[in-house]
Every structure is written in C-alpha cells, then in structure tokens.
Design a binder for this molecule. Structure first.
Ligand SMILES: [Fe+2]
Ligand SMILES: [Fe+2]
Length: 274
C-alpha cells in the first residue's frame, strides 16, 4: 500500500500548499491513502468543518488531531458525524466526543487502521498512550485484520515518541510523530519493519515561530508579557510529510521517504518510480 502522511497543517497557507500539491502527488506516487494532521488547520488553532472539507477536497482521506482538537467548539459536534476525523485515542473513557482510531476500507478492499494518540511528556496527560496503543494493535493485528496500520504519535518529547515507535516495531506499518512542527531527519525502517519518523514537521510557513507570525512568540519569550494574540504566518508554506510503501503480504514498511515541498525548507520529493 502506498501511503502519505502530512504533519500539522497550520492555517490558510498550510491548507493552500496541500490544495496545490496533494492532487499531483496522489497521482505521481499512485497513493492509496493519505492522512493529514489538521489540529492547527483553522487559523492555527483547531479545526472547523470548512477547513476540514478543504483538506478532504485536496485529497486527504483521514484527518488526525492532537492537543488542539477542540480549540474550535464546532469540532465537538462535527467529529460526531465525520468518521474520517480522529482525535487522540487515549482521552479517558467517556470524555471527548468522536473516535481515536478507525479501520478504513480502500476501494480495492484493502484495509488500513489509523490511530491518533497523544503522548504525555510536557503535555496535558491523557491516559497511558503505550497501554492504549497496545490494546489497539492487539485488537487489529497487522497483516491479518489490517493491511496497513498508521500511528500518528502527537507529542513534544523526542524520547517518548521514539520509545513509542520502538514499542510498536513490527506491529504497525508507520509510527510518525506530530506536534513540534519541525521535521526530523531520522525517517527510517526500524528493525522489525515499522517505518518511523520522530516528527513529520508542519504544513505551514517556516518563516515563522513554528507556524505563527514571529513577533509575538519572540516578544513573549523576551518580555514574559502578552501583547497580542498569536496569528498563523501567511507566507508560502512547506508541505512536510512522509511517503511509505508497505509490503501487502505483511503490512510492514518496504520504503520510507520524506516529503518537503514549497516554501523555505530544502526540498524533498519521492521518486515516482516503483
Ligand atoms: Fe500542531
Ligand atoms: Fe499539537
């Protein structure tokens, strides 16, 4: 299965780069399934139906979220009626609306399990992410129930995300980090066959402080005072993500390559050849 994942879409410029680039990439890479983290899609904070539809129209099959899932209150009801939208799976039972994982059918009958999980170091602590992921993977074995399994590990700490990747090695096709908005250079296939990257980076304007206009974040670090609201940077965005090809006999990764298209970062575009 040929899968692309894109990190946190930040505001209009992030949505725009995907609208411009994703249709062409879907075709060039013959993508079977595209997952996009959209926790910052609406002006940098959360998601609305309108911004979600823009990303679905661009070619996203499933949208994942994170600590900003419900910054926009309309997401509380929207997620109840949109099965393609996932929030972290490890909210305590009976708290957040919606779902944190789902098994999706491809038109050709193959199936992919997508799980969004939130880690705990330096973040609001939800239920134990390792325990929840273990339950999810036990309930839906790779290569038996699911032809591919993608885990979006939303977390701040490199160590915790790496540990989760190692913990899932051999049981998921891809464990990819989100939330820091900066792509790491450690994409690889772990020894057990799981593709891994600590953070996919954002789809946003990198001439910024992690997607926000530069002035106010710097001001807050320098003065410890709040002088205005954060606003999403509006310059040309880089679409940051990962391309993974799995072996359909096992569900494990056979190939993993970074994607960085547009904007100020160095460019990376997977070869379209098989
Ligand atoms: Fe984010
Ligand atoms: Fe986040």
């Amino acid at each position: 299965m040929r899968i692309a994942f894109f990190g946190d879409v930040v505001g209009r410029s992030g949505r725009q780069v995907l609208s411009e680039e994703l249709p062409g990439l879907r075709e060039a890479l013959a993508l079977d399934f595209v997952v996009v983290n959209a926790e910052n899609a609406a002006g940098g904070f959360g998601i609305t139906e309108k911004t979600a539809v823009e990303l679905f129209d661009a070619g996203a099959d499933v949208l994942t979220l994170g600590n900003h899932s419900f910054d926009q209150s309309e997401a509380l009801s929207y997620i109840e009626r949109e099965p393609r939208l996932l929030r972290p799976v490890n909210y305590p039972e009976g708290t957040a609306p919606g779902r944190g994982s789902s098994l999706y059918d491809l038109p050709d009958g193959r199936r992919i399990l997508v799980i969004n999980v939130m880690l705990r170091l330096f973040m609001e602590a939800l239920d134990d992410p390792f325990r929840r992921i273990n339950e999810e993977l036990d309930a839906c074995p790779l290569g038996q129930v699911a032809d591919a399994i993608l885990v979006d590990a939303h977390g701040e700490a490199t160590s915790e995300k790496t540990a989760l990747g190692v913990y899932c090695d051999g049981r998921a096709s891809l464990v990819v980090g989100t939330h820091t908005h900066v792509p790491t250079a450690d994409w690889r296939i772990l020894p057990g066959g799981t593709a891994y990257q600590t953070d996919a980076g954002m789809c946003g304007d990198y001439d910024s402080v992690i997607g926000m206009d530069k002035e106010e974040p710097v001001n807050r670090f320098v003065t410890h005072m709040r002088s205005s609201r954060f606003s999403a940077a509006s310059g040309e965005a880089t679409a940051c993500g990962l391309f993974v090809e799995t072996d359909d006999r096992t569900g494990l990764a056979a190939r993993v390559e970074p994607i960085r298209i547009g904007g100020v970062l160095s460019q990376a575009r997977p070869e379209s050849t098989n």
